[in-house]
Design a protein around this ligand. Structure first.
Ligand SMILES: Nc1nc2c(ncn2[C@@H]2O[C@H](COP(=O)(O)OP(=O)(O)O)[C@@H](O)[C@H]2O)c(=O)[nH]1
Ligand SMILES: [Mg+2]
Length: 432
């Protein structure tokens, strides 16, 4: 396999740059750059030279021998001054040597996975951690990186394999009288497992939202102050604000952090009857956006919150705007003034409180389509078992259990069912 190298820091000038090299030819690095090999895992100052023995830089170098390195391979880290030309010179030297090449995206992590250092959900967790910007994203990604999801999936998979063992016992007994107790245990376990898996599908929606952001759409009649609120919250003049009704047409979008929750806030065209085709398109888009949102903020400066009927099950929060104009409302809906910056903190609190209520009890969440698809396929297979007569066709149920185990295993990528099956079966005796 090639030895790969890449800058582990960003592609700009910086104080320090770290270049990582991973693969079996890594131990050749001291020879390539003409420096004395450092002791393993000891940061050592060395002068690096190019292939013509011209100085490149003084750098701190560290050698992490495999297999206890992050990728499982021999790794060299070179910490140079954060200069683009120094980086280029190091790249040039390495590119000249056969079997060294620049790493593909994610290739260090991929090698860690291939060498059994991490499973797929942990690899995804690393990527999410790097991309995390809010507290809730941090918590979720670090739990996946720590292996919480992997553990949960392993547990499910082991339960499926336990069920297979029970079934095996049923098959062995099939000529004789059926031990009813085995079948009862089997059914109870199966239904518990199914319940847990279905719950995780339900809460996966939340997991996906934490990764990608909760969508909040601002709706309301023209001129009620939608764009003003949008600009205020995004801290930028993204939307045009005028006294003219019908200014906003496109759906504008901004990613915000509401007390640790990632939120995609949408500003939309004011809802009204209009002859302008462009405005009509804008209004259609506004309603479409609202349909797929988690929360809809309906704004009004005159107490009229009527909007076209929506199918969406989104939480609707009505908001009185322009409260600085001394308007008196009897109801308890939040009142804000963007002009005087009043009531907006309270509005955010209402939103955040709602997002907190949405949080499932289970904090090990499926976050990707891939996870959800795998668990759904496993559920389909397990559900199938209830239609099977276990005494007559235990082998059909066994096949469904195998499918379920494989589908769950694929999420973390332990695909070899047989191997683990053997392991477990050897520890069981008949009837247990
Ligand atoms: N007095 C007052 N005027 C506001 C407030 N918010 C917005 N406006 C004004 O209302 C008008 C329409 O605002 P805009 O944000 O464009 O409304 P939109 O059509 O709903 O997007 C503008 O002239 C704003 O300056 C507020 O809190 N108080
Ligand atoms: Mg507007």
């Amino acid at each position: 396999m090639d030895t790969i190298f890449s800058s582990a820091t960003n592609a700009q000038k910086s104080a320090v740059k770290i270049i990582r090299i991973s693969g079996e030819a890594s131990p050749k690095i001291p020879e390539i750059f003409s420096f004395k090999p450092p002791k393993p895992r000891v940061a050592s100052l060395r002068r690096l030279y190019d292939l013509n023995k011209n100085i490149i830089d003084d750098a701190v170098v560290i050698f992490f021998p495999g297999p206890s390195s992050v990728t499982g391979e021999d790794i060299f880290e070179i910490h140079t001054h954060g200069s683009l030309i120094v980086e280029k010179k190091i790249y040039d030297c390495l590119s000249n040597i056969s079997r060294f090449r620049i790493a593909d995206r994610g290739e260090f992590t991929k090698r860690a996975f291939l060498n059994g250092k991490i499973d797929l959900t942990q690899a995804e967790g690393i990527n999410d951690l790097i991309n995390a910007e809010t507290e809730s994203q941090f918590k979720l990604s670090i739990s996946h990186y720590e292996g919480a999801l992997c553990e949960k999936l392993k547990l499910w998979r082991n339960e499926v394999i336990f069920l297979l063992a029970k079934l095996e016992a049923l098959i062995d007994f099939s000529d004789e009288e059926l031990p009813q107790e085995i079948e009862a245990v089997f059914k109870k376990k199966l239904s518990c497992l199914l319940k847990e898996m279905k719950n995780s599908i339900r809460s996966s929606n939340y997991g996906e939202r934490i990764r990608n952001g909760f969508t909040i759409t601002i709706l309301g009649k023209p001129n009620v102050g939608k764009s003003s609120l949008f600009n205020y919250l995004s801290n930028k003049k993204l939307a045009i604000v005028t006294e003219e009704a019908g200014t906003t047409r496109d759906v504008l979008e901004v990613l915000l952090d509401f007390e640790g929750f990632p939120v995609i806030l949408n500003d939309t065209a004011g809802l009204r009857k209009t002859n302008s085709n462009i405005e009509k398109i804008g209004i259609d888009r506004a309603l479409e956006k609202a349909e797929t949102s988690d929360i809809i903020l309906i704004l009004s400066d005159c107490g009229d919150f009527s909007i076209p009927e929506l199918k969406s099950g989104a939480k609707k929060i009505l908001v009185h705007t322009k409260s600085d104009l001394n308007k008196h409302y009897k109801d308890d809906w939040p009142k804000i003034s963007v002009k005087k910056q009043n009531g907006i903190k309270e509005l955010i609190k209402i939103i955040v409180d709602y997002l907190k209520i949405l949080a499932p009890k289970d904090n090990v969440l499926l976050t990707r389509k891939r996870h959800i698809q795998g668990v759904k396929r496993a559920i389909t297979a397990l559900k199938q078992i209830s239609t099977i007569n276990l005494t007559q066709n235990p082998e059909l149920a066994a096949e469904d259990l195998r499918i379920a185990a494989t589908e769950i295993g694929k999420i973390t990528n332990i695909i070899d069912v047989e191997e683990i099956l053997d392991d477990i079966f050897n520890n069981f005796c008949i009837g247990k």
